[in-house]
Design a protein around this ligand. Structure first.
Ligand code: PGA
Length: 251
């Protein structure tokens, strides 16, 4: 499996700059496609626009969140089916900003995972500890728990829709990355939890991305670490050159 390099644009760009960014990524995608699979998750209002800007370029299109219900009186929300309908193929769920700022807990996230998989979307499910949790030496236990609960309604056959992203909260947007050793250790913890819950085959076949201040200059070292199967990139994905350079750094 090629590493998956996914850009999480968060709440950035406008229609003109978003389309320009997507076009620039599309233009460079073929050159890196032997090394990595690319994906981008632009802000919701621009998904259709960005889909057109990508054209037939080999870049997956995804959303940053979805609601767990199919439809109904949920002002301001979008369902997984709606995302699929406008051409998204994946959704990021459980990002620490959603967990912290929008108080999304494990039970809610589990419902969202089931809804997204049910609608035919791939899911990038984010897990990761805060600095306080690491200092208290609770990081392994916490990430095991998040992985276990988030995926608990799935069976081994639907697990092929799942990608996990290990994103230590202290490394997101801070310029401070986990060392390859720290990331590698946590990826092994996640994989061992997957093995415990779903068996060794699923554990081996599930991609685990690293996220948290991934940049062109640290990507090579992270991506060559055993067990790191790609990257979820925030800040550096807002510049086509840096984003493509991260993909080009894949071993
Ligand atoms: P960052 O964000 O690359 O800006 O640290 C990563 C993320 O939030 O997914």
């Amino acid at each position: 499996m090629k590493p998956w390099i996914v850009g999480n644009w968060k709440m950035n760009t406008d229609s003109a700059s978003g389309a320009a960014l997507a076009s620039a990524i599309a233009a460079g995608a073929a050159a890196v496609s032997t090394r990595a699979q690319l994906g981008i998750a632009p802000p919701l209002p621009y998904l259709s626009l960005i889909r057109s800007a990508l054209g037939s370029a080999p870049v997956d299109l995804g959303a940053q969140n979805c609601h767990e219900a199919k439809s109904g009186a949920f002002t301001g929300e979008a369902s997984a089916g709606m995302l699929r309908d406008i051409g998204a193929t994946f959704v990021i769920l459980g990002h620490s900003e959603r967990r912290q700022l929008f108080h999304e807990g494990e039970a809610r996230l589990r419902s969202k995972v089931l809804a997204a998989v049910g609608a035919g979307l791939k899911v990038i499910f984010c897990v990761g500890e805060t600095l306080a949790e690491r200092d208290e030496n609770r990081h392994e236990e916490l990430v095991r728990y998040q992985t276990h609960i988030g995926l608990s309604g799935l069976n081994a056959s639907t697990l092929s829709s799942m990608t996990i992203a290990y994103e230590p909260v202290w490394a997101i947007g801070t310029g401070r990355t986990a060392t390859p050793q720290q990331a590698g250790e946590m990826h092994a913890v996640i994989r061992s939890q997957l093995s415990k819950s779903f068996g060794p085959n699923v554990a081996q076949q599930t991609r685990i991305l690293y996220g948290g201040s991934v940049k062109a200059d640290n990507a090579a070292e992270l991506l060559k670490t055993p067990g790191i199967d790609g990257a979820l990139v925030g800040g550096a994905s807002l510049d086509a050159g840096s984003f493509l350079a991260i993909a080009a750094a894949a071993p």
